[in-house]
Design a binder for this molecule. Sequence first.
Ligand code: PGA
Length: 243
Amino acid sequence: MRQIIAGNWKMNGTLAGVAAYAAALRAAASPATLIICPPFPLLSAFASAFAGSDIGLGAQDCHANPSGAHTGDVAAGLLKEVGAGYVVLGHSERRADHAESNAVVAGKVKAALAASLIPIVCVGESEVERDAGEAEDVVRTQLTHSLPEEFTGLIAYEPIWAIGTGRTPTAADITAMHAAIRTALVAQFPKTGATTPILYGGSAKPGNAEAILALPEVGGALVGGASLPAAEFLAIAASARVV
Ligand code: PGA
């Protein structure tokens, strides 16, 4: 399987910028599976711009319910209808800014799967938790409670202290955590746990991508800031390999 390089645009980007960005991605012969996760209002434009290519498109959140009185929220089925194939769920910024608990995330994952979206479920410890030696326990708990009984999709390990900071864990720390996540997934999901891709996220950039993507059990990367310029995103993807 090719490694997966997913761009999380967060609350960035403009409609005016979609065409040039999509054209740059389409023109590149990337060794990775590429996915772009822009803000909701850009999904339709990206779906048109990516049509006929194998570039994936994802949203950054969905609601747990299929419809209803939830002002400002978006249903997974509508994301699918406008062309998304993926949805990022449980990102630490949503867990923090919107008080999303593991149980809330699990409900959203269920809704995404019901709408035939592929969830990209984020887990990761804070700096305090890592310093206390609790990182693996925290992540294991997130996996246990943020995923429904049946799960197919992607996991993104994103240490909170590495997001947007320019800091990254050591190769040994990433290797240990990805191994711990694999063990937990296999135990939790006998059918799918061995093959679920585990992405790394947190200050991934062209200068460190090759080293990170070479580590065992790293199925790709979830890229925030460095996904915004197409050239940087493609430079990261150029380090991808077949795993
Ligand atoms: P970053 O963000 O690459 O800007 O650190 C990653 C993420 O939050 O998904």
